[in-house]
Design a protein around this ligand. Structure first.
Ligand SMILES: [Zn+2]
Ligand SMILES: [Zn+2]
Length: 230
């Protein structure tokens, strides 16, 4: 017997034929009610670059702005779920209240989603600044990757706090200065390899474009981004 990792309801794992065929018999970590509150972006009409939900499938206005600001950094972005009210509640409990167990809620989803990248891909988590690491005690993105059993490369360091983004409005977020530095020791290790920069939530794109800009001098063979929520 297992319980929903969010609401505590007892979960009886539905064993579907497709899950048996793929030897995927892990029980879902969310109950059906909680699972139904999550909006799976791959089943929505979404921006072909950032996965934002849109009325018509096209490149959204934000992505057009990023293209003009960073013409050489066109990245493909993959996101799994919409950042709706339920997702916000979960991330508040995880990041602000420090409920680390919640990192396991999406570990199967993250592991499956990252398996589609080539085996030699370097997954680079968006770093936390010292200040928020000392307050929170953990980097939420690293914890999500660890829970999913995904090896990662700490190729970026943060000189300033990016975690306070939640308190900023959209204009303030977009004005944020580059907070990331490429770690010289890791630079050679990821050169010529596919790199995927991983964040928990894609909001304006500002953080991930800073990360792309910081990592690009090490000349990875391809450069993409991934977030759990968009
Ligand atoms: Zn539940
Ligand atoms: Zn977009």
């Amino acid at each position: 017997m297992s319980c929903c990792g969010w609401c505590g309801t007892v979960v009886t794992p539905p064993i579907s034929v497709s899950r048996l065929l793929t030897f995927d018999t892990h029980p879902d970590k969310l109950c059906t009610l909680c699972r139904n509150k999550m909006i799976v972006l791959s089943s929505c009409k979404r921006c072909s670059e950032c996965c934002r939900i849109v009325q018509e499938i096209t490149v959204c206005s934000d992505c057009l702005m990023w293209r003009s600001l960073y013409p050489k950094l066109s990245s493909g972005h993959t996101a799994l779920y919409a950042y709706n009210e339920r997702a916000k509640d979960i991330m508040t409990a995880f990041k602000l209240k420090g409920d680390c167990e919640l990192a396991y809620l999406f570990s199967d989803d993250i592991r499956r989603a990252l398996k589609i990248f080539p085996a030699n891909t370097c997954f680079v988590p968006v770093p936390s600044a010292e200040e928020s690491l000392s307050i929170r005690g953990f980097n939420p993105v690293e914890l999500l990757l660890e829970a999913a059993g995904v090896n990662y490369d700490k190729a970026l360091t943060a000189s300033r706090d990016t975690g306070r983004q939640a308190k900023k409005n959209r204009k303030e977020r977009l004005r944020t200065r580059q907070p990331f530095t490429l770690c010289p020791k890791r630079s050679k290790a990821i050169a010529d390899k596919p790199v995927v920069i991983v964040d928990d939530v894609y909001t304006t794109g500002r953080t991930l474009y800073h990360a792309l800009e910081a990592i690009s001098p090490c000349q990875p063979s391809s450069l993409q981004t991934f977030s759990l929520f968009r």
